[in-house]
Design a protein. Structure first.
Length: 560
């Protein structure tokens, strides 16, 4: 049977299977076949062995596509599910109370990453690092207001979406992928679609909102599609059905769910799955002994909500338990929406040629250390769920290999047979590494260390320092080095935690372990110094102030 007669799905499966089988050989030969003439030459020579399959698949793709890269028509699809503020309190991660049957099923289809970390525990920079493959400290973008293309050196950044589009994919996003106002239009084939679902169902809660933050929780007696995430699931299903009509058009669909981000709002039936007494309060509820005063930060996000029982933390125990209940209910609600989207993919017969990735944008402090929300370098804020399944990946696997968000961009490129973007961003390469070796064998490791960062202002009567806490995590330890960028190393405050002897981060062990501190700081020192926030005074080459000023002026002129 000639390869021309095969379906795209079949060819795609063979391609992926072969690809997962021998990466090095293919990588080496991929370079050889990056032009049409080369591909035809090798096609005509009729090279034997495994390479023949590759040449047939890629070669034919080149001829059909007529472009300089392997045709998109053979490439597998990507369904990327992003979940806002999702920490790994899921059944598949061993949580005994959680009710997350759909994410558990998704985990059972492929690989569960037990030690996955974000690059910064807050929405905008975490999502930038996903889409650009570069850590916030490499770029100097930690805030929630700076759009990376407004920084001249990053204006031509090539996002993951752009790379996929260049190689023939239709790339679209639903819901929250980039942080709300920082959506990057060039990343998508069609404009980002956001749902118009209601924030609250209960009249009293709607009235309390008044265009600001409302109550922290709600159990509305409403259908799933009353709130935003139910509408996002419905739109995703409709779009998948439309994809079915274009079998030769590979796609990357990124679906961004909003829950369990505050407010913890979910239809009542998801709350009713639990009893409040099932939730125990965190064992350790104070800052780590010996940690810098600023390291934990304030829980400012949650304190902006209405109807809190106190004006200052700590919350009373019953309210803390209610919030944890709400987080679990909202997680179950999103879990059900994820189940609908994955079921649609299965029913349409597209799952065999589609990789499914699930990613939480960062973790959450549910009262541990007396802290609520994210915004730290600690374990509860930085550890996330990542699940990857799809053609060629064995079901039911788990790995303890250390990975970080920036690894996803190169992983998805390799899984779909694409080469790394040529330009990168401002001459930088991607910060992450492909996880394909781990997807082939869960005992493999690609990172000895992962890295994250959090900025923190240190204010007192006579100082106002803009610190960056750079963190390095290995299998056992996390070290955080707090200093202003370009300050001398001696000025830094150091935190060190041992997760084997102190999993709850009760005590900063830096002083007692100078050798280990020196060793881990040397690892950090091999990376470029953290950049200050672009746009801040002293940030190099940003040109941002000038541009921002001009924008302001233009805006004033247009009367907006
Ligand atoms: Ca988030």
């Amino acid at each position: 049977m000639g390869i021309m007669g095969k379906s795209r799905k079949r060819i795609g499966q063979e391609y992926v299977a072969l690809f997962l089988q021998d990466k090095s050989k293919i990588k080496q030969n991929f370079k050889m076949f990056n032009s049409l003439s080369h591909a035809i030459f090798f096609w005509e020579k009729g090279i034997t062995s495994d390479m023949t399959r590759f040449v047939q698949i890629v070669g034919i793709g080149l001829m059909l596509g007529g472009g300089g890269v392997a045709s998109a028509a053979q490439r597998p699809n990507i369904l990327f599910i992003a979940v806002d503020d999702l920490k790994p309190v899921l059944g598949c991660y061993g949580d005994k109370v959680a009710k997350t049957p759909n994410m558990d099923k998704l985990a059972a289809r492929g690989m569960l990453f037990e030690k996955a970390y974000v690059n910064q525990a807050v929405c905008a920079p975490s999502r930038n690092s996903l889409m650009l493959g570069i850590r916030p400290q490499t770029m100097g973008l930690y805030d929630l207001k700076t759009y990376f293309r407004d920084i001249p050196v990053y204006s031509n950044a090539v996002s993951m979406g752009q790379t996929f589009m260049k190689n023939g994919y239709e790339v679209e996003s639903l819901g929250k992928i980039y942080h709300a106002s920082l959506n990057d239009k060039p990343s998508w084939s069609v404009p980002n679609w956001e749902s118009k679902g209601e924030t609250y169902a209960i009249e009293e809660n709607r009235a309390a909102m008044k265009g600001e933050k409302g109550t922290t929780t709600e159990a509305g007696d409403v259908a799933d599609n009353y709130y935003q995430d139910g509408k996002i699931a419905e739109e995703a299903m409709a779009r998948l059905r439309a994809k079915k009509e274009k079998p030769d058009q590979p796609f990357m669909m990124m679906v961004g769910f909003h829950k369990p981000h505050l407010p913890f709002v979910a239809p009542k039936k998801y709350w009713d799955q639990f009893k409040p007494e099932q939730f125990s309060l965190p064992e350790f509820r104070t800052a780590p002994e010996g940690s810098p005063a600023y390291a934990l930060g304030e829980s400012g996000e949650i304190m902006q909500y209405k109807k809190l029982p106190v004006e200052e933390l700590p919350f009373p125990d019953d309210f803390a338990r209610h919030l944890i209940h709400g987080y679990y209910a909202a997680t179950s609600y999103t879990d059900a929406q994820i189940g609908k989207v994955v079921a649609a993919l299965d029913e349409l017969g597209m799952a065999e040629n589609t990789f499914i990735v699930l990613w939480g944008d960062h973790g959450w402090h549910l009262g541990d250390h007396g802290k609520w929300c994210k915004h730290t370098n600690y374990e509860q804020a930085t550890r996330i769920p990542i699940l990857i399944s799809g053609p060629g990946i064995k079901p039911g696997q788990r790995t303890t290999a250390l990975i970080e968000t920036v690894d996803l961009y190169p992983t998805l490129l390799e899984l779909t047979g694409q080469s790394m973007p040529e330009t990168g961003i401002a001459g930088m390469g991607l910060d992450g590494k492909s996880l394909v070796p781990i997807l082939k064998d869960p005992n493999q490791k690609v990172n000895e260390y992962v890295f994250h960062a959090y900025p923190r202002a240190e204010k007192s009567d006579d100082t106002k320092r803009k610190l960056i806490g750079r963190a390095v995590r290995n299998d056992r330890y996390r070290l955080v080095e707090w200093k202003e960028p370009n300050d001398s190393a001696e000025k830094a405050a150091i935190e060190l935690y041992d997760y084997q002897t102190d999993p709850l981060e009760k005590k900063n062990l830096a002083e007692q372990n100078p050798e280990l501190v020196a060793q881990l700081r040397a690892v950090l020192a091999k990376l470029p110094e953290a950049k200050p926030q672009m746009g801040d005074e002293g940030a190099p080459e940003s040109g941002y102030e000038k541009k921002a000023k001009k924008k302001k002026k233009d805006k004033a002129g247009s009367g907006e």
